[in-house]
Design a protein around this ligand. Structure first.
Ligand code: PLP
Length: 476
């Protein structure tokens, strides 16, 4: 090799280089987090714009991190929709809080794989510990054992597989779901998240295996309609096996009447899974507990600290009251993964995945930094701000409210047609200062406004209302 042709660098950053670049990157992140409001909350990037500015082929030789950092600033940041922006009121806002971000950094440095207790005892034990903290915070009984998955979609998939495992006389684990076994049926309201339907596809019962139950005028499942559907299905030879109740639906945050649904589940021997992906965080407020009545009767529950407990993506908490069934469904231990320890949890026994990120670390840091009281106060404030925004909408005759506000989400629209409401949404989102999302309620395009980011304060909420009023002029 000639002098002009240096050998490829086989080595990682040296400790000194890591320190230097670590400081540079942490400074960069601190600057980014200091003023996200200076950026457009909803990216204005045109499709393909980010890729066009980056090399379509991988670099043959290593590049200086300086160049990478430059692209981060010049190409990646403008191509982001900024979930850290205080004007982010779309979907369910999230917060990459400081302690959570630092937890991610340390978890990446450890880079442990917690698939077995012995492959990192601290990863397993901290996961068990922090989920037990969360269980206590939500007022759930000690019988619930927690596991961390990436998303609610995957947590619910695990719930359905456990529910299927619990069906007497069905040997889906060994024989699959075809053959002569009775066709399985599950139930959720017509307002349940699409992940429930995708999970029905994944477990092999198909979209027709999920019966969508009607909702009342406040978007809550009708228990009588649920019972009627179960009875009818049994008469037709189907095997009802699971009901998913939602506490905090995606469109309106409505809460299904869980005590009545739990009684029906018990009467007909169905597994009760509760999807509280967003609103479950509010269960840490003692004054909100009545809203979550019946949650303790579930067989499994999902809630996402990465939605409203200030933990960076991704972190979904899955609680199961029958972990033995979960283990029966999933445990499959080849010789090369056998370990001698007894009385420990090997997390691979309770789910699909083998490899497991050390996600518990960031949540542990979040809870320790804010404390339960700090987390409660933040959620309380978000609900106050949601109600404040709602009061302004209610007081303005140009607008109509489309659903109750159980938590911090306001569903509203101009008293005008869908085109006018779409124009309003497009205009406010083009401002770059706030981001609202939409849904369809009672056949009408509806704007959704949710407070959930730690950086969103009353000033931002007021600004959002002013923009909505400004951009709504002349449309109704
Ligand atoms: N369930 C509900 C009620 C949701 O609102 C959402 C997402 O907003 C999900 C499930 C899916 O969450 P994830 O993205 O974690 O799969």
């Amino acid at each position: 090799m000639s002098k002009a042709d240096p050998a490829p660098r086989p080595r990682d950053l040296t400790p000194e280089e890591f320190r230097e670049w670590g400081h540079r990157f942490v400074d960069w992140v601190a600057d980014y987090l200091a003023h996200p409001e200076r950026l457009d909350v909803l990216s204005k990037a045109a499709p393909g714009a980010v890729r066009r500015r980056l090399s379509p082929t991988p670099p043959e030789r290593g590049e200086p991190l300086e160049a990478v950092l430059r692209d981060m600033t010049d190409v990646i940041v403008p191509g982001l929709t900024h979930w850290n922006h205080p004007g982010f009121f779309a979907y369910f806002p999230t917060t990459g809080s400081g302690p959570g971000i630092l937890g991610e950094l340390v978890a990446a440095a450890f880079n442990v794989n917690g698939m077995l207790w012995r492959t990192s005892p601290a990863a397993t034990e901290l996961e068990e510990l922090v989920l037990d903290w969360l269980r206590q915070m939500m007022g759930l009984p000690g019988a619930f054992k927690g596991f961390v998955y990436d998303t609610a979609s995957i947590s619910t998939l695990h719930a359905l597989i456990a529910a299927r495992q619990a069906v007497d006389g069905l040997h889906a684990r060994e024989d699959g779901v075809g053959g002569g076994a009775p066709r399985l049926r599950m139930y959720a309201s017509s307002e349940a998240h699409s992940s429930v339907e995708k999970d029905a596809i994944a477990i092999g019962i198909g979209r027709r295996g999920l019966v969508k139950i009607d909702v009342d005028t406040e978007f809550r499942m009708y228990p009588a309609a649920l019972e009627e559907a179960i009875v009818k299905d049994r008469e037709r030879g189907y095997r009802p096996f699971c009901v998913v109740a939602t506490m905090g639906t995606t469109s309106t945050t409505s809460v299904d009447p869980v005590p009545a649904i739990a009684a029906i589940a018990q009467r007909y021997g169905l597994w009760l899974h509760i999807d509280a992906a967003y609103a479950g965080s509010a269960a840490i407020l003692p004054e909100m507990r009545p809203m979550f009545a019946g949650m303790d009767q579930a067989d499994s529950i999902v809630m996402n600290p990465h939605k409203w407990l200030f933990t960076p993506m991704d972190f979904s908490a899955f609680f199961c009251r029958r972990p033995d069934v979960l283990k029966e469904a999933f445990s499959l231990v080849p010789d090369y993964l056998k370990t001698p320890e007894t009385d420990v949890t090997n997390t691979m026994d309770y789910g699909l995945q083998l490899g497991r990120r050390f996600r518990a670390l960031k949540f542990w840091m979040v809870v320790r930094y804010f404390g339960v009281e700090g987390l409660q106060n933040a959620i309380r404030e978000h609900m106050r701000l949601g109600r404040l925004f709602r009061s302004w909408v209610e007081a303005d005759p140009r607008f109509e409210i489309m659903a109750p506000t159980a938590f911090s989400t306001v569903c509203f629209r101009l008293r005008a047609d869908d085109a006018a409401n779409q124009a309003l949404l497009d205009r406010v989102n083009a401002s770059g200062r706030i981001f609202l999302s939409h849904t369809r309620l009672l056949g009408k395009l509806t704007l959704r406004f949710t407070v959930g980011n730690l950086r969103s304060d009353e000033e931002q909420v007021q600004m959002a209302w002013e923009l909505v009023c400004r951009d709504g002029k002349g449309l109704s």
